[in-house]
Design a binder for this molecule. Structure first.
Ligand code: MN
Length: 723
């Protein structure tokens, strides 16, 4: 008989003998430390802090934070777009409940703690092929490699924190499944797919790629006349886990499948069940997201045209997102491996590794997704990191084998590891991203929370939607996930057109937005109906009896516009930083909706003074130079001389009170606003000068019949609508 103590002693010995845990521990701590370099860099920097903690540095994070906050409070407002039924919000709320830290602390550090978990599946994969040391080196590199760091450092509170961890776990279970043919890995695989999908609904493409690859493997087994029963069972589990049904249903199905397997009920009907799973996958719409994606690639359109009575053409957000052109090889390689040489050696190492361990071929979908970055944006590079890190780690140990002496071998390995990791740590050291908002900006939103009600709307550009909803707990028209051309149009119009039309359109758009939610709730608008897809602006045009949207917009100038019943307050949030994106904001409403053609784009040039000679100030706008001559009231661009009608100087005094000085110089021409406190000259055309943003934020010149100032600071200004 062995006593309990002896038993546990044996167990402990086993744990220490098996270096797996130790390596995981080392790699995890290493990853945590590197992920926290940012904290060291900004330690004590007040503008980045709120409530005694650092703020997050990713915009989308405020979306999950809103959901988590509402989950913790146990309530949210109908149609406030709070993502309470999402895995990230749920996980955050869970951590908040079980941990003794503040909410701010949890959302700030979650990314570092969760993303570092990637070392576990990496080392487990290595353990499976009995190359534990290779696993350790892989984990040291993969957990902190350039783009992985960029998307998982402290404060990067977004789905990325598990977006590589989960598929790497999936990869591990698929590998071990095919390696060992043990039943429990079928269950693991099914569960991992369900969890991964719950965390990141777009995960279907990677899951599907794994599925296809394993199907090819089964074809190979068939060709070689090997027994492929296990592979077929694995595919069946995957297919059921990937159906287009609710996660809980899929969980029950996968569990049921596993128990029938355990009871030996599955084997004789395996073919039927497999085909049934395929049919279910298609019937439940499992394939439709992929079909949708393919379609969007084929019919990539820059203007969204609606198929409705009015046939409006909206500006698409895709046009403003930087065209994902060809990325230089060096950038691409750096993002994956930290250095071009490491990258090339990683590819070589991966090829060698696959020759020795063909199972590593299963990593191809992740490499493939990473290489998509070459034409669809750098954010995909993170997928290739774990697999290619395996490549370089393997190569290091292969080369080390050429050394005779054990010590030389060790020196070589340690030096190599140092060399591959170093560029990535250096990058982390240099990568000093700011927080999304600074303290003074958050202060405005926090104050706004205390004057507004949760049902009120705050209108601002979509970039600020999530943070506004998080800090002020209000509703917004647009945000980081809701910003198609048709919803952006009214907001853009409000911010970049004159005050009266802006105020009326603000009231209209808010009431139309809420009304539509209610009509849908009450079942008065049918799914897939034209009415549902119809934009607010089109609906307004029809309701007001126009058949041309431009006529409707012009009619807003008339004093007698009859507005819908006011159901709540509306605020305009105008941040200083919108100055930098004003031209982009304006693009969405500088379009003739009936034709899709751009109307003259507004002139809004943010320039900096670089030289002053007598009365002439040289202004820099990118590489262009303008000569602003105050005495002659002209501005010279190249050899063109243009008149200036108005010159305005604004500044804040020591008490942050706003002052302005307006000089009318001539009857027509451009307007120049010198914002002294920011040392910035803004050149505007007459229409843009009249726009709501310019008048309300830059000049505090508001129409008292329509607006009432609520919060006025140099960082952001908030006005309340009086209609
Ligand atoms: Mn709310």
């Amino acid at each position: 008989m062995i006593t309990k103590k002896e038993k546990s002693d044996i167990k402990m010995k086993k744990i220490f003998k098996d270096k797996t845990y130790f390596y995981i521990f080392i790699a995890y701590i290493f990853s945590l430390l590197v992920h926290s370099i940012w904290v060291y860099q900004f330690y004590g920097y007040q503008p980045f802090m709120w409530n005694g903690q650092f703020m997050i540095n990713t915009n989308d994070g405020y979306f999950w934070a809103e959901g988590a906050r509402d989950l913790i409070n146990g309530n949210h407002q109908k149609h406030d777009l709070s993502p309470i039924y999402t895995a990230p919000a749920f996980l955050t709320a869970f951590f908040y409940k079980i941990l003794p830290f503040s909410f701010e602390t949890i959302i700030f550090y979650m990314s570092a703690f969760l993303s570092s978990l990637v070392v576990i599946p990496i080392i487990l994969i290595a353990k499976e092929i009995k190359r534990l040391e290779v696993g350790l080196v892989t984990a040291l590199l993969a957990s902190i490699a350039w783009s992985y760091y960029n998307r998982t450092l402290v404060g990067y509170y977004d789905t990325d924190m598990l977006n590589i961890v989960l598929p790497t776990f999936l990869l591990w279970s698929l590998m071990v499944a095919l390696y060992t043919k043990k039943e429990k890995y079928l269950l693991y695989t099914g569960l991992e797919i369900i969890i991964y999908r719950a965390w990141y609904p777009q995960s279907y493409s990677l899951e599907f790629a794994f599925f296809i690859l394993i199907m090819f493997y089964m074809g190979y087994q068939y060709y070689k006349k090997q027994d492929f029963t296990y592979t077929l069972t694995l595919l069946t589990f995957m297919m059921f886990a990937m159906m287009g049904l609710n996660g809980w249903i899929r969980l029950v199905v996968v569990l049921g499948l596993y128990f029938s397997l355990k009871k030996g009920l599955l084997k004789q009907y395996l073919y039927y069940i497999f085909w049934f799973s395929i049919i279910m996958f298609f019937l439940t719409g499992g394939f439709s997201p992929m079909w949708g994606k393919l379609k969007s690639y084929v019919f990539r359109d820059s203007i969204e045209a609606t198929k409705d009575i009015l046939q409006l053409h909206f500006f698409s957000t895709m046009q403003t997102v930087r065209e994902a052109g060809k990325i230089p090889f060096e950038v691409f390689a750096n993002r994956i491996s930290g250095h071009s040489i490491t990258f090339i050696l990683s590819v070589v190492g991966y090829i060698l590794m696959v020759r020795k361990y063909p199972i590593m071929l299963l990593g191809l979908p992740m490499i493939g997704l990473g290489f998509l970055a070459y034409n669809s944006g750098l954010r995909f590079t993170i997928y290739a990191i774990p697999i290619l890190s395996f490549g370089i780690a393997y190569l290091i140990f292969e080369i080390a084998n050429f050394f005779q002496h054990a010590i030389l071998k060790k020196v070589f390995v340690i030096t190599s590891v140092f060399l591959i990791v170093l560029p990535n740590i250096y990058h982390a050291w240099e990568y000093r991203v700011p927080t999304v908002f600074i303290k003074d900006e958050v202060k405005v939103l926090d104050d706004l929370k205390h004057v507004s009600s949760r049902e009120d709307y705050v209108i601002s550009w979509w970039d600020y939607g999530y943070p506004i909803r998080y800090y002020s707990d209000v509703k917004t028209l647009v945000d980081g996930g809701k910003h198609s051309g048709s919803v952006n149009f009214p907001v853009s119009y409000i911010l970049t057109h004159e005050q009266i039309k802006a105020a009326k359109l603000a009231r209209l758009d808010v009431e139309y937005t809420e009304k539509k939610f209610h009509l849908i709730d009450e079942g008065k608008i049918e799914k897939n109906s034209l009415e549902l897809k119809r934009s607010n602006i089109a609906q307004m045009t029809l309701d007001y009896g126009f058949d041309n949207v431009n006529d409707f917009l012009t009619s807003l100038e008339l004093p007698e516009t009859k507005l819908p019943q006011k159901t709540r307050d509306i605020y305009l949030y105008l941040p200083k930083k919108m100055i930098n994106i004003f031209p982009t904001v304006a693009k969405f409403s500088s379009i003739d909706l009936t034709s899709g053609k751009t109307i003259t784009e507004p002139v809004f040039l943010v320039t900096r003074p670089i030289k002053k000679q007598g009365n002439i100030i040289e202004l820099a706008y990118g590489k262009s130079r303008f000569l602003f001559d105050l005495q002659k009231a002209t501005i010279k661009a190249g050899n063109k001389e243009l008149p200036i009608s108005t010159f305005i100087v604004t500044h804040y005094d020591k008490k942050l009170k706003f002052h302005k000085n307006i000089q009318n110089l001539s009857f027509y021409g451009f307007v120049v606003i010198y914002m002294e406190s920011y040392n910035t000259f803004v050149i505007l055309d007459q229409n843009t000068y009249q726009s709501t943003y310019v008048q309300l934020f830059m000049l505090e010149n508001y129409n008292k019949k329509y607006y009432e100032p609520v919060l006025l600071t140099p960082f952001a200004k908030v006005y309340k609508l009086k209609i």
